[in-house]
Write a protein that binds this ligand. Structure first.
Ligand code: GLN
Length: 200
């Protein structure tokens, strides 16, 4: 299984380190040739600064090909800035980026850096897991096809829409790899679906 990790800015190294626990091949995506020369089963958008990553994606000509891949059903896992990049609506920013995930997200929703925090709380299907929030967004509203996976203090912080999973927090900064395992199971299910379609 090939998982691409967007490696333009932010916390991509931690995702790659966490994926080492699994039998997957990690490919850093830094330039267009990285997506042309590889096949991907899934892709991770790490945390960082969504405005910077969005700008670099466009400047490096990665934006359109990645958007097409996501629209064609490529499984994606976005953490924090990754969630913002995927959102259809950013309530406190005029920009949108991929605009594929039917959520209204608020950037820096917990205030400045000092509003960053750690907690241990419930994630649907995974029980209680550690969560690290760093200048994190949260989701104010979700569309019909969204499955809510975690709510902390009345704020939605993790959702799933078909093959897309996003978290406001950073599981890759903890020692708990269960959200990554969940993402890998989404990729496996998507690959199985493709095989079934070919069989028909
Ligand atoms: N505050 C950042 C943004 O708006 C996200 C922070 C993060 O990814 N940890 O893009």
């Amino acid at each position: 299984m090939n998982i691409g990790v967007l490696a333009l800015q932010g916390g991509f190294v931690e995702h790659i380190r966490m994926l080492k626990e699994f039998n997957v091949n990690c490919i850093e995506i830094r330039q267009k040739s990285d997506i042309i020369t590889h096949h991907f089963d899934g892709i991770i958008f790490p945390g960082g600064e969504s405005s910077v990553i969005g700008k670099l994606l466009r400047e490096l000509d990665l934006f359109e090909p990645l958007k097409k891949m996501i629209e064609c059903g490529l499984p994606v896992f976005g953490t924090c800035a990754g969630m913002i990049l995927l959102a259809k609506h950013i309530v406190n920013d005029q920009r949108t980026h991929f605009g594929v995930l039917d959520i209204h997200v608020r950037r820096n929703a917990y205030g400045k850096q000092s509003g960053s925090f750690k907690t241990i709380d419930v994630f649907k299907g995974l029980g209680k897991i550690p969560m690290v929030f760093i200048r994190a967004p949260y989701i104010e509203k979700v569309g019909e096809n969204i499955e809510v996976l975690s709510v902390i203090n009345n704020n939605i912080v993790a959702v799933k829409q078909n093959n897309i999973i996003v978290t406001s927090f950073h599981p890759e900064l903890t020692t708990d790899s269960s959200v990554h395992r969940l993402f890998i199971s989404v990729i496996q299910a998507s690959n199985d679906n493709k095989l079934q379609k070919i069989d028909v």
